[in-house]
Each structure stands twice: as C-alpha cells, then as structure tokens.
Design a protein around this ligand. Structure first.
Ligand code: HEM
Ligand SMILES: [Cu+2]
Length: 556
C-alpha cells in the first residue's frame, strides 16, 4: 500500500529533476549540498586573502617604527581584514556553507524550501566579495570595519564601494535566513518534532532570525551612509544636524548579533562532534537547544556595550552592562553541558575532536574576557586597546574558525566520500593552537598596558610582545597552509570513508557519502532523539539507503 509522505509542514514530498551538464550541476546548481560547497570554497578563498592582510598587519607591527607599509595603507589593510573576515569568511562559511550542506540532511529533507533563492543568495556573495576587494583599486576604506562617521564620510570612494558591497552581502545572508527558517518549519521529516531536531539545526534556527532582522538594521545604516556620501543627505554629519552616534547605534544593533551569527552555528557543530567522539548522549539536549534561542534573543538587546566610551547617556550604561552579563548564563549552560558530555566518555581524539576541545578551551577564555569588557569600569580602561582585539579573536578565531575546522574534518567525508589525513590534521591542530595563543594571548596584557589598536607604529616598550605575537601568527598561518594542502590532497587521494566513518547517529550519516542529489531514497520517519548510543537508531524507512534500489518520491 503506498502512502503519501508529507513533511512536517504538510508539504508533499517532491524533487527537482536531476541537473544535466557541468554548468547546471556545479555552477548554477539548485542542490543545497553543491551550493553549500560553493560557499565553503568561496569563503576559504577569502580566508586566504583576509589572512594575508592579517600577516601584513603583523609584519608591520614587528617593529615599533613599522616600515613595512605606509600609515594610510595600514588603515586600509586592517579595515579590509576585519570586514572580509566577518562578512566574507566566517558568516558565509558557517551559515551558507555548513548550514546548507548539513541542515536539510539532518531534518530529513530533499533540499531547502526555496532552491532558486538559495542559488541567488550564493551568487550575490562572490560578486559582493569582488566588489569589496576591488575597493583597493580606488582607495579602500580606512575607518576600520566599524566605519564610524565622520571619518567614513571624509574618506575616498572606496568607502562607498565598501558600503555597497556589505549591503549586498547582507541581502545574501538575509535571504539565506528566510530560506533556513521556512525549511526547518516546513520540511522536517515525519516525526521530526522540534525537540527531536539535531542541535546543529537548533543553532541554525536561532541564527536565522538574526540574519533576517539584525541585517536589515545594517542595510538601513549602509544605505544612509551611501546616500550621505554620494548625495549629501545629512544622516551622520554633526555639522549638518546629523548624528555620528546614530551610526554607532545602527551599526552595533547589527554587529553585536552578528557575533552570535558567527558563533551559534559553531556551537551547533561542537554539539554534534562532542557526543560522537565521547560515545555518550549529549548532556542537557533541551537546555542546549533553548540556550541557543536565549542567546539569540538576549544578543539583540546588548549592542550599546560597544559604546560605553562614546558619550552614551550614563544611565544607559548600567542596563546594557547587566543585560550583557546575563548572556553568560545560557553560554555557560552550553559549556557545562559539553563538559558533562565528555565526563566519563570514551574519548576518540580525532582531529575534528581536537578542534572541538580546542574550541571549548579558547572560546571559554574569550567568553570570560567578554564578561570583563561588559563591566563599564573595566571597559573604560581597555576600550580601543589590544585587550579588545585579543578578546574578539579568542571568540572569532579560537571559537568560530576552530569550529569551522572541526566541521571540515568531521563533514569532509560526507561531502566527498573520502577522509582527510589525520596525521596532517594533528599537525594543523597543534601548530594552530600554539600559534593562535602565541598571537593573541600577549595582546591581552599589551592592551592592559595601554597599547591602542589600529596603530601602524607604537611605543617601543611594547616591541617584545608584539614580536611574540607576530611570530605566533606566522606559525598559525603555516598551520592553515597545512590544512589547505590536506583538503586538496584528500579530495583525490584520501582514504575512502564509507557512509559513516565516525559511527555518528544523525540522519546525514545514515545515507551514502557523498549523498545522492535527492538525499533520501525514502523520506524517513523519526521516532526519537539521535544521540543515545545505547539505543537503536530512531528512524524508519532508511533500509534501502545504502543499496542500489531506485528513489521513491512521495510514497513508501
Ligand atoms: C587568522 C589569523 C588572524 C590574525 C593574525 C589576525 C590579526 C589581527 C590584528 C593584529 C588586528 C588588529 C589590527 C589593528 O588594530 O591595528 C586584527 C583586527 C581585526 N580582526 Fe583579525 N586576525 C586574524 C583572524 C581574524 C578572524 C578569523 C576574524 C573573524 C571575524 C578577524 C576579525 C578581525 C576584526 C573585526 C578586526 C578589527 C579591524 C578593525 O580594527 O577595524 N580576524 N586582526
Ligand atoms: Cu558586543
């Protein structure tokens, strides 16, 4: 007897035709898996470019008198480094990349809700990225990734290019957010209730509204900046009745939630990897799921903690300080639950697990200095110094980027059917871990000692620790080179992985590696949570997945 399979949102099972030809299959693809890989490739290309800019910064700071680049070029370089790393590297890799590849598979769907929109969202991204980097040709922006007016109003034409490029990237991520929310509400497999949805999906579900809501505030600010620069409409110029503070409010109303856009999916990735390599059910499933939502919600209410020294009304400092402190609670819930999952587990120290454990240690350090910075008295002392640079690199490199690496070693077999080299992977991890701490740990006390950020030359008393920091960054960069060699070599020569090399239990591991373009032969039915290794897999309808039988669209 055939039954019509309906997804959670009552959508009947359907499938788009198999793409024909190279262009439709790999360039203008509608397949979420291919689009996800396109995001990863493009994001990693921008990581190389933005990483090289970071090395220009570090090489300039090797000597107190600088001398590697001019002061103007230095301003361009750190502005572009920060802008590219946030908007062209971490956000696309962790939402458009991994979100696209994993989420539809984990919920038992054949694709996202709007494949065309998905393809459009992707193609806006490289175009915007090229626009941003081409601003170097006309004089790149110089007022930092925060582009505070009035300086951003006075700078050269590259700043308008920056505003247009970031506006476009924002459109791409907003459309991705819409696609992901509709997909998770409408396309879950039968029986996949929200409290049976894997934690990576919960993290994407918490992130998507931030992509949709916070990004629109940035879009409005960028449009205003562009119009003031190009047509003289006074928004931010105080001599024309505008308000520079308004830019800061609008910019941070987006950019603080943006840090959660960059970290929440990494939390989700870690929540998948730790139970798999501890061979234990995740501790506190519901608490971890809901803490993602709590972080996203509270994260929308703390933006002015970036403005404690901006002349913000003092009576506003206290509520923003306390609200920021509260975010430590749901974050702590996650860290506690990961540690409780590890406790008594049979730990498999794969490279992916090492990066997950590195994430746990380094992100926790970054989180703690975040609480320091939320305290107004402390922030007044270190705002604008290298302490702040150290803090956000611990959360964005020690956190997000480590999460990306953990995800690459974990999901490379699912994407390619081959394993990355564990030997090269362990070299990558340890050199990265040592190089990273060598680069950013000393920056905490450089900041405490008063070294300002965004300076091309500095007081010679800071020379020694700057040299340590620079050499640390060379080690880190070398380790990332090993990573890229590993990826390129393993694509062709990596050991065949089979469908599930890690013995993981979420849906994406129950189908071939790489999956067929239609994902599932039969849309499975889900009976429970996947994380308990002592229980049989909570699915029905997967029996044919690893056989040669044909796909069954719409019926069992
Ligand atoms: C991979 C190695 C990296 C190194 C060695 C590095 C190094 C640096 C340094 C030294 C600065 C301070 C420049 C100054 O104030 O003069 C900086 C700024 C910055 N970095 Fe990184 N960074 C790296 C990766 C990242 C990543 C992955 C992100 C992720 C989002 C990131 C985001 C930023 C931002 C937003 C700024 C502020 C730029 C500004 O002041 O406008 N960095 N980086
Ligand atoms: Cu913030």
């Amino acid at each position: 007897m055939s039954t019509t399979v309906e997804h959670a949102g009552g959508i009947a099972d359907h499938i788009h035709p198999e793409p024909q030809g190279f262009i439709r299959r790999y360039v203008f693809s509608l397949d979420h898996k291919i689009i996800g890989i396109q995001y990863l490739i493009t994001g990693f290309v921008f990581l190389v470019l933005a990483g090289l800019l970071a090395e220009v910064i570090r090489t300039q700071l090797l000597h107190a008198n600088g001398g590697f680049v001019s002061n103007d070029t230095y301003n361009e370089v750190y502005t572009m480094h920060g802008s590219a790393m946030v908007w062209l590297v971490i956000i696309p890799l962790i939402t458009g990349g991994f979100g696209n590849i994993i989420m539809p598979l984990q919920i038992g769907a054949r694709d996202v809700a709007f494949p065309w929109l998905n393809m459009l969202s992707f193609w806006i991204f490289p175009v915007a990225g090229l626009m941003l980097f081409s601003s170097f040709l006309i004089g790149a922006p110089v007022a930092g990734w925060t582009e505070y007016p009035p300086m951003s109003l006075q700078a050269g034409p590259g700043t308008s290019m920056w505003a247009a490029a970031i506006f476009l990237v924002g459109v791409s991520s907003t459309l991705t957010g819409i696609n992901f929310v509709v997909t998770m509400f409408q396309m879950r497999a039968p029986g996949m209730t929200f409290t049976r949805m894997p934690l990576f999906c919960w993290a994407q579900l918490a992130t998507a509204p931030l992509l949709m809501i916070a990004t629109t505030a940035l879009a409005a600010a960028l449009a205003a900046l562009f119009m003031e620069r190009q047509f003289g409409v006074p928004f931010f110029d105080p001599t024309k009745g505008g308000s520079p503070l308004m830019w800061q409010h609008m910019f941070w109303f987006y950019s603080h939630p943006a840090v959660y856009i960059m970290i929440l999916p990494a939390f989700g990735m870690i929540s998948e990897i730790i139970p798999t390599f501890s061979r234990k059910p995740i501790f506190g499933y519901k608490m971890i799921a809901f803490s993602s939502m709590a972080i996203a919600l509270a994260g929308m209410m703390v933006w002015a903690h970036h403005m404690f020294t901006s002349g913000l009304a003092p009576y506003l400092q206290l509520p923003f300080m306390i609200l920021t402190f509260t975010i430590a609670i749901p974050t702590g819930v996650k860290i506690f639950s990961w540690v409780a999952t590890l406790w008594g587990g049979k730990i498999h120290y794969t490279t992916s697990m090492l990066f997950a454990l590195g994430f746990l240690a380094l992100f926790t350090l970054g989180g703690i200095t975040g609480v320091f910075l939320a305290a107004v008295p402390f922030d007044l002392h270190v705002h604008g110094t290298y302490f702040v640079v150290a803090h956000f690199h611990y959360v964005l490199v020690g956190g997000s980027l480590m999460g990306v690496f953990a995800g690459m070693y974990y999901y490379f077999p699912k994407m390619t059917g081959r394993l990355m080299s564990e030997k090269l992977g362990k070299w990558h991890f340890w050199l990265f871990f040592i190089g990273f701490n060598g680069t950013f740990l000393p920056q905490h006390w450089l900041g405490m000692l008063g070294m300002p950020r965004r300076v091309p030359v500095y007081d010679p008393q800071f020379q020694f620790w700057n040299d340590v920091s620079t050499f640390g960054s060379y080690v880190m960069t070398f380790s990332i080179l090993l990573f890229f060699i590993n990826v390129l070599v393993s694509i062709r020569n990596g050991k065949k992985s089979g469908p599930n090399p890690w013995g993981a239990r979420t849906l994406e591991w129950q189908i071939p590696s790489p999956p067929h373009y239609y994902n599932f032969k039969n849309i499975p039915t889900v009976y429970g949570l996947p994380y308990d290794f002592s229980q049989p897999l909570p699915y029905k309808g997967l029996e044919e997945e690893l056989t040669d039988s044909p796909v069954h669209v719409g019926a069992h």
